[in-house]
Design a protein around this ligand. Structure first.
Ligand SMILES: Cc1cc2nc3c(=O)[nH]c(=O)nc-3n(C[C@H](O)[C@H](O)[C@H](O)COP(=O)(O)OP(=O)(O)OC[C@H]3O[C@@H](n4cnc5c(N)ncnc54)[C@H](O)[C@@H]3O)c2cc1C
Length: 204
């Protein structure tokens, strides 16, 4: 199914924990394709220390500048980004996940963990780890807890790169969308989709 024919999945919800490259790219896809998406982030992304010369398609960009553009993009596509709200616990419930933050309690059908190299929430949730001490996921980024995904630095011992984190987020989101739709989902757009997707934000 292409995004052009995507149905409204606004009754389905995902909570993304962590708003670095991995978490924001997961949020971009789920929000763009109609899933109610909430992102909690404490703004300690490593990107603030980085300058990218190795991100395909971008010659050179400061890490904080990259994050500012990414945040604007997920906001424009409809994600609810709760900047500065730390998640303190994630638990499985009968029909999804309960997420506790410093400010409140939330529920969602799916959860995407994207807390960088900090794996504490994955451990608390009961996700299996590999012998190397990272969260065990496959190429779809789903953990051993059904409906819970782990992305970015937490799933690799090293070899940490922004492009890899971004790819992890996309893989998790597409797997969630495929699960929701009951068939493999493609977020494919063509030039004629520009005004539908971006509305008045579309570039000339
Ligand atoms: C000095 C330095 C230079 C680098 N240079 C490059 C480079 O040139 N090119 C490149 O590709 N990569 C570079 N990297 C690596 C790149 O920054 C990482 O690969 C990337 O940031 C990992 O993305 P992530 O989303 O997994 O985690 P992060 O970017 O670390 O994001 C995790 C986010 O989760 C938030 N968070 C954590 N716990 C919670 C919680 N409980 N509740 C809510 N939010 C939470 C954090 O505040 C953070 O914002 C560099 C890294 C460093 C340190």
């Amino acid at each position: 199914m292409s995004s052009e024919t995507a149905s409204d999945d606004s009754t389905v919800s995902v909570i993304v924990v962590g708003g670095g490259p991995a978490g924001l790219n997961a949020a971009l896809f789920t929000a763009k394709d109609g899933i109610k998406t909430t992102v909690f982030d404490t703004d300690e992304t490593w990107m603030h220390k980085a300058h990218l010369f190795n991100y395909l398609g971008i010659g050179s960009v400061g890490g904080s500048e990259f994050m500012a553009t990414a945040r604007q993009q997920v906001d424009d596509l409809g994600a609810d980004r709760r900047q500065g709200e730390r998640v303190t616990d994630v638990e499985e419930t009968a029909d999804g996940f309960a997420v506790e933050t410093e400010d409140g309690e939330y529920e969602a059908d799916y959860v995407v963990l994207a807390t960088g190299a900090n794996r504490e929430l994955a451990e608390a949730l009961g996700c299996e780890f590999t012998d190397e001490g990272v969260v065990d996921v496959g190429v779809d980024m789903e953990t051993s807890v059904a409906g819970a995904y782990a992305t970015g630095a937490m799933v690799r011992p090293e070899e940490w790169q922004a492009a890899i984190a971004v790819g992890d987020g996309a893989a998790a989101a597409l797997n969630i969308l495929s699960d929701v739709r009951g068939e493999h989902f493609h977020d494919f757009d063509v030039p004629a989709d520009a005004s539908r997707v971006f509305g008045e934000l579309v570039a000339e």
